[in-house]
Design a protein around this ligand. Structure first.
Ligand SMILES: NC(=O)c1ccc[n+]([C@@H]2O[C@H](COP(=O)([O-])OP(=O)(O)OC[C@H]3O[C@@H](n4cnc5c(N)ncnc54)[C@H](O)[C@@H]3O)[C@@H](O)[C@H]2O)c1
Length: 330
């Protein structure tokens, strides 16, 4: 591997800016070689963020062919997947991809098969898995003397449609469970393991929305796990006075994660410990990916493409259940 890992970016919007600011821009061992986005303004803005390094493209395959990156960051809106994955697979490149990894499960499964057969290093932007509080709860749950019982959590928010136009269009984003509370759903999978059933109800008609606002106002999802535990996931874009939270209840301890930052409190017997959230969580997950690409050791990656597909499968099952009123069993 060269001294610097050459990075190219497909999708140059808000989340790319966050990865650059919190992590990548400060890393001495990366170089920025390409920016691909249909919006030249967005690509220019990201290039300017790193001192003008890298060339601008609007075609992923051409960018990869011309700049020969060592790894690619795929920072696309959910509806825009397909071409980027094809290009990375054709060039056998490691990639970091933002959640949700796709909206088309069949295509994501095909991509996963190819990722496995080519043994590509991948990472998915489920950054909360890198938090110390989350790691601590995982360690506690690994002790076979205790059992996970219940989890309860989600995202309660309001949504300004004019600001987040693709997000509120269900076909474009997949809706709140697929796009946003997927973070909590992923942690539920991380703690609870395999999901065996999913049922969900939508809540609609709470607020007057523009015609193109097709995501539901809110939803409730019930999950059961192979190990016997159960969880409820709530999501709302119609209620401003809420927050992000997740409660985890096991036979002898309880943990609570609060706010976007996932400040953590663990109660175990008479003991209560608080674990402050890391302020630079995107930088922490970026470091894990870059280190894996540099060394070939992927053990520091907490969420890979297979995890992204597994969480997507459950989120899309929740959407199916909202539509049909039926329980989806795996
Ligand atoms: N991990 C997190 O906490 C987190 C936070 C925000 C967003 N995200 C995820 O990141 C992804 C991107 O979100 P965002 O907030 O950056 O969106 P955004 O709308 O700010 O930016 C998306 C960018 O992709 C570009 N684009 C659209 N189609 C493209 C294509 N075919 N090829 C290349 N570029 C294309 C757009 O022009 C835009 O510049 C989404 O999947 C979102 O869910 C994750």
């Amino acid at each position: 591997m060269p001294d610097r890992i050459k990075l190219a970016f497909i999708g140059c919007g808000g989340i790319t800016a966050a990865h650059l600011d919190q992590g990548l821009k400060q890393f001495p061992d990366v170089a920025f070689v390409g920016w691909c986005d249909p919006s030249e303004d967005h690509a220019q803005a990201r290039r300017a963020q790193v001192g003008g390094h890298g060339e601008i493209f609007n075609d992923p395959d051409r960018m990869i062919g011309a700049t020969r990156p060592d790894a690619v960051y795929v920072m696309l809106p959910p509806f825009a997947h397909g071409e980027a994955e094809e290009a990375m697979l054709a060039h056998r490149l490691p990639f970091f991809i933002e959640k949700p990894v796709d909206l088309d499960l069949a295509r994501a499964e095909r991509t996963l098969k190819a990722v496995k057969s080519k043994r590509l290093i991948t990472a998915v932007g489920y950054m909360n898995r890198y938090r110390y509080g989350v790691r601590r709860v995982r360690e506690m749950l690994a002790d076979r003397s205790r059992r996970l019982v219940l989890m309860h959590g989600g995202w309660i928010a309001s949504m300004c449609p004019e600001k987040y136009f693709w997000l509120v269009e269900k076909k474009q984003s997949g809706g709140q469970v697929v796009e946003q509370s997927t973070h909590t759903l992923d942690l539920m999978r991380h703690f609870g393991g395999d999901v065996v059933s999913v049922s969900a109800v939508p809540v609609t008609g709470r607020l007057r929305r523009p015609r193109w606002y097709t995501a539901e106002d809110a939803s409730l999802v019930t999950l059961t796990f192979r190990n016997g535990a159960a969880a409820t996931l709530y999501s709302s874009w119609a209620t401003p006075h809420g927050d992000v939270s997740l409660e985890v209840h096991a036979t002898d301890f309880g943990a609570c994660f609060r706010e976007w930052a996932h400040h953590c409190t663990i109660r175990h017997g008479r003991e209560e410990i608080s674990i402050a959230a890391e302020p630079d969580i995107f930088g922490i997950e970026d470091r894990a990916f870059i280190d894996a690409v540099r060394t070939g050791d992927r053990s520091g990656i907490e969420a890979d493409y297979a995890d992204g597909v597994a969480t997507l499968r459950v989120a899309l099952a929740a959407n199916r259940s909202m539509k049909t009123g039926r329980v989806v069993k795996f």
